[in-house]
Ligand binder design. Structure first.
Ligand code: MN
Length: 193
């Protein structure tokens, strides 16, 4: 298994002013890397150390699962954003997918509502399930990797994801994520997998 957290795909101040550098300093450096530190402590030189991160997620439970899934979920969240991203995607596969879900306004409202409906900590996801796009939300560290669904995009809705930028306003965070941060090229790449 790769025991390093992947570098952020942009500078920590690159998502300003939508997502503060301070947010990335805490969320990436402290939370994300903290899950990896804990995972390494838990696994040590046990057989899991020979597996890939995804294999660990799919074969573990308890604290090992929670920390491994958090490592993977955060990398997926970072990769789904870029400076100057968001808004309606350009014509192509992703735009077609969104049109299939009722168009941009409907998609945007549904994604935000799915994230708002997750009580407590977790994630909101856009996934492919049997070739059909749908929304999903998961509690805590849970991830579509343990289901039949293929993840396309996620937003972290743990309070640590938005408190420095939006305080308790999760809706404002999700709207800013969709309108100004989403990396549609990443979604397009995941659609082709
Ligand atoms: Mn997080």
């Amino acid at each position: 298994m790769d025991f390093e957290v992947a570098p952020l795909p942009y500078a920590k101040n690159a998502l300003e002013p939508v997502m503060k550098q301070e947010t990335l300093e805490f969320h990436y450096e402290k939370h994300h890397k903290g899950y990896m530190t804990k995972l390494k402590e838990l696994i040590g030189d046990k057989p899991d150390a020979q597996k890939s991160l995804v294999e660990v997620i799919r074969t573990s439970s308890g604290a090992v699962f929670n920390n491994a899934a958090q490592v993977w979920n955060h990398t997926f969240f970072w990769d789904g954003m870029k400076p100057g991203g968001g808004g309606q995607p350009p014509a192509g596969d992703v735009a077609d997918l969104i049109n299939g879900l009722g168009g941009w306004d409907t998609f945007r409202t549904a994604f935000v509502n799915q994230g708002m409906g997750r009580f407590g900590s977790g994630y909101v996801w856009l996934v492919l399930d049997g070739g059909k796009a749908k929304f999903m939300d998961t509690p805590n560290a849970e991830t579509p990797l343990t289901t039949q669904s293929v993840p396309l995009l996620t937003a972290d809705v743990w309070e640590h994801a938005y408190y420095l930028d939006h305080r308790n306003n999760r809706k404002g965070f999700l709207e800013a994520f969709l309108d100004k941060l989403v990396n549609w090229d990443f979604v397009a790449k995941n659609l082709k997998k």
